[in-house]
Design a protein around this ligand. Sequence first.
Ligand SMILES: C[S@@+](CC[C@H](N)C(=O)[O-])C[C@H]1O[C@@H](n2cnc3c(N)ncnc32)[C@H](O)[C@@H]1O
Length: 246
Amino acid sequence: MESTLAAEVGDWLLSRTGGSGGARSTTTLMGMRWDVLPGVWKPNPGTRLFTSWLPLTDGTRFLEVGCAAGVTCVVAARSGCARVVGLDVVPAATENTRRNAARHGVAGRVEALTSDLFAGLDPGDEFDLICSNPPLVRAPDSRQYATQIERSVFDPGYTLHRRFFQEVRPHLADGGRIYMLTSETLGDPEGLRSLAADAGFSNRVYRSEEIGIPVALMGSPPAAAAAADEQGVVHVDFTMFEFQRY
Ligand SMILES: C[S@@+](CC[C@H](N)C(=O)[O-])C[C@H]1O[C@@H](n2cnc3c(N)ncnc32)[C@H](O)[C@@H]1O
């Protein structure tokens, strides 16, 4: 179940980064300019941490689940990964990933597929590194999505996380690693460990960092106001787990 703080921060993130409404826009992250199409999750500090932490090396076969505007796929291609595939359930996101790949000179090296988790892959597709910055907030089972963009923040019943670990195995090469972002503040790292263990994966915390959000910027909702420090800052961690097969 989401905490009230997670719900408040999730709603605020959605209002800030939940796409660009009905208009195309651009944003700057990691010293590069990115197109953002309507209805696509806008690259943000979480994207930067997630992307910069990944161990991207020459020759890696790279898969991202939930590629959104394509920042991580573009950086993977520019880092020398041998094959780069980005999946997203939102069609505008895969179109957005193709545009940003073209903008940054790697159009021929990034494949973007509209896909519910791994459904769009061929059965034999295998990757050395599979990563995801998923919807972090564990929402109540009964939550319905009012808009597509809510799929970027809320995971009702943690169903998407559960399905990820049930379905990822055929696509992870021998010796391959999974990197997934979570958060003590926003998500359910213990639930995540448990889902991964049930599916036969060991885990360790790979990286973690806190970001401070001034509560006034959020409009001072009650749980965030209660959690803020004496400077009026709410501390939100972003934590990357590494998983591998037992
Ligand atoms: C938090 S956003 C992260 C986007 C991007 N990777 C980043 O770091 O900025 C999560 C992404 O997962 C996508 N997503 C949600 N459910 C999905 C599913 N069932 N299959 C594939 N992608 C999904 C959303 O559309 C969204 O683009």
